[in-house]
Design a protein around this ligand. Structure first.
Ligand code: FES
Ligand code: FES
Length: 215
C-alpha cells in the first residue's frame, strides 16, 4: 500500500506533530542490541563492548524519583518492565507499536512511547509515570482538568494523554488551540474525547500558572 493512500486520514499538522513526538522521544527499537559492560545508558569503554542477552540482565531504572532494580531480557520494553516486572500499571498497553500514545511516560521530561523504548535504554534517565502525579491524595492540575472537562470515557488513552499534556505544558505554558492540536498529535483517543482534552489543556495551563487552584 502506498503512503499516498494514508494521507487523507490525518491532517498535515497532525502527521507532523506525531513525527515530532517520536523524534522527541528519541526512541529506538533494535534487533540485536549491543551495549557496554555497564549495560545501557552508559558509554562503554572503547573495546569493551559485549552482546547482552538473550537471558535476563540486571538493570536499574529510576522511576518517579526512586531506583528500582530488576532483571529483564534486553528485548523487554520499558512498558513491559513497568507493568509486568514492577507492577507500575498506569501506562497502558493498547497498540504496543508506537501508534496510539496510551503508554506515554516521560524520560528526562520528554514524552516517549514506553512500548517503543527498551528498558535497558531507559537506564540513567528520569522516568516519570502517571503514578507520580498524585501526591498526598491531591491531583495534579492536568489530572484535575481532565476530570473537570470530562476528558475521558473508557480511560485507556487517559494516562498517556495526561503525561503527554504535562510534558507539553512544561515546555509550552501559554499554548494556543493550534499548538495544543499539534503538540498532542502523538496521542489518539478511540472514544473521541478530543474536545474535552483540549479544554482540559487550556484549563491546566491556567492552573499551572496559578490561574486556578486545582492542587
Ligand atoms: S501502546 Fe504504546 S503507543 Fe500504543
Ligand atoms: S477515553 Fe477511550 S480511548 Fe480515550
Amino acid at each position: 500500500m502506498s503512503r499516498k493512500k494514508d494521507k487523507p486520514r490525518k491532517s498535515a499538522a497532525e502527521a507532523f506533530s506525531r513525527r515530532d513526538f517520536l523524534k522527541g522521544a528519541g526512541v529506538a527499537v533494535s534487533g540485536g542490541l549491543m551495549v557496554g559492560e555497564q549495560v545501557a545508558g552508559a558509554t562503554p569503554p572503547e573495546g569493551a563492548t559485549q552482546v547482552l542477552g538473550p537471558g535476563a540482565v540486571p538493570i536499574t531504572l529510576k522511576i518517579n524519583g526512586r531506583p528500582h532494580k530488576l532483571n529483564v531480557e534486553p528485548r523487554v520494553t520499558l512498558l513491559d518492565a513497568l507493568r509486568n516486572h514492577l507492577d507500575i500499571t498506569g501506562a497502558k498497553k493498547v497498540c504496543d507499536r508506537a501508534a496510539c500514545g496510551a503508554c506515554t511516560v516521560t524520560l528526562n521530561g520528554n514524552p516517549v512511547y514506553a512500548c517503543a523504548v527498551l528498558a535497558i535504554e531507559a537506564q540513567g534517565k528520569e522516568i516519570q509515570t502517571i503514578e507520580s502525579l498524585t501526591t498526598g491524595g491531591k491531583l495534579h492540575p492536568v489530572s484535575a482538568a481532565f476530570v473537570e472537562h470530562d476528558a475521558q470515557q473508557c480511560g485507556f488513552c487517559t494516562p498517556g494523554f495526561v503525561m503527554a499534556v504535562k510534558a507539553f505544558l512544561d515546555k509550552n505554558p501559554n499554548p494556543t488551540m493550534q499548538d495544543i492540536e499539534k503538540g498532542l498529535g502523538g496521542n489518539l483517543c478511540r472514544c473521541g474525547t478530543y474536545v474535552g482534552v483540549r479544554q482540559a489543556v487550556l484549563e491546566a495551563a491556567k492552573a499551572m500558572k496559578g490561574g486556578k487552584a486545582h492542587a
